[in-house]
Design a protein around this ligand. Sequence first.
Ligand code: NAD
Length: 356
Amino acid sequence: MKIAVFPGDGIGGEVVDEALRVLERVGGKYGLKIETEKALVGGGAYDEYGVPLPEKSLSLAKQADAVLLGAVGGPKWEPLDYEFRPERALLGLRSELDLFANLRPAKIYPALADSSSLKREVVEGIDIMVVRELVGGIYFGRPKGVEKLADGTERGVNTLVYTTPEIERIARIAFEIAMKRGKRVCSVDKANVLECTELWRRVVTKSHAGYPEVELSHMYVDNCAMQLVRYPGQFDVIVTTNMFGDILSDISAMLTGSIGMLPSASLGATSGMYEPVHGSAPDIAGQDKANPIATILSVAMMLHYTLDAAEAARDIEQAVQKVLDAGYRTPDIAADGVKPVGTKQMGQLIVDAIET
Ligand code: NAD
């Protein structure tokens, strides 16, 4: 298996280094043949090549079985025109690799239940996977834009559009994932108001026929937002449109506490990109303060979804849990009475917790 590694900017390189050490450890333990190759994307790539996603990096990503990305961006590149901004590299990779499914797990580690903004008894035990459609819907539909009207006012328009194949492929991903988890899918729409999501509901229901073991339910998005903070334990897999998923995945992620803990995967038909949810955190870059766990858990997702090495993935998740249970914390998840550690030590502790 070949992995394209894009550390990116800010803390990206620091957290990716730790994640690669963990990958090496489980690779050795389970005899996985994994080859990694690093390249530049984001601000660093702009400095070197004048573009945030150089052709060389893009073709490496296309040839690879999976992409591991740190984070891109920083104040240095903020004055640049939009097309040269580091974040353009992410959009370029998503569209070039046709990564249509975004997976954001929200799982609570018992040792961190008190870091959530909700009460411990509400969040304890939650393990949700939000599957968000990533390349369609209102963010891409046409017509779009803002036009001046004859009376001097303006009119803004965006178009919510989904086709049957677009809905079928994201529904299939959700059902497949549910088969490997709790076998429950909740499809979220606004079918009572939006015709496009009435189609969404019909197509998801039809796609369900291939997965009789999975229990399918439907929920309106406003109710889902409420249920996520009222009783999140009721959800297993949530599948939804691009915009609803954008919002619901942030709500469900924050149920678990720190942004430094949250991994993500973006899947296409033949490729997958794995990255922490957080950005390049320029405020703590180069200070050995960043929490590498989000990136380490992104590697676990890569093992699970692209490399078909579920046991190795579970091993990483258990190692993270062991280290947290033992009281080790980076500053972002620090609390009274814990053992403070930096990025490198946290990475080493997790490597050590993976028994050979
Ligand atoms: P950010 O996620 O980088 O940081 C937000 C806050 O969380 C900061 O206080 C930061 O110190 C903290 N934080 C983030 N990750 C952490 C970690 N692993 N450990 C400990 N603390 C952590 O978001 P921002 O400050 O809004 O953006 C900074 C830059 O990152 C911007 O240029 C933005 O465009 C970019 N960005 C990139 C991505 C990406 O690459 N996927 C995502 C979001 C933001």
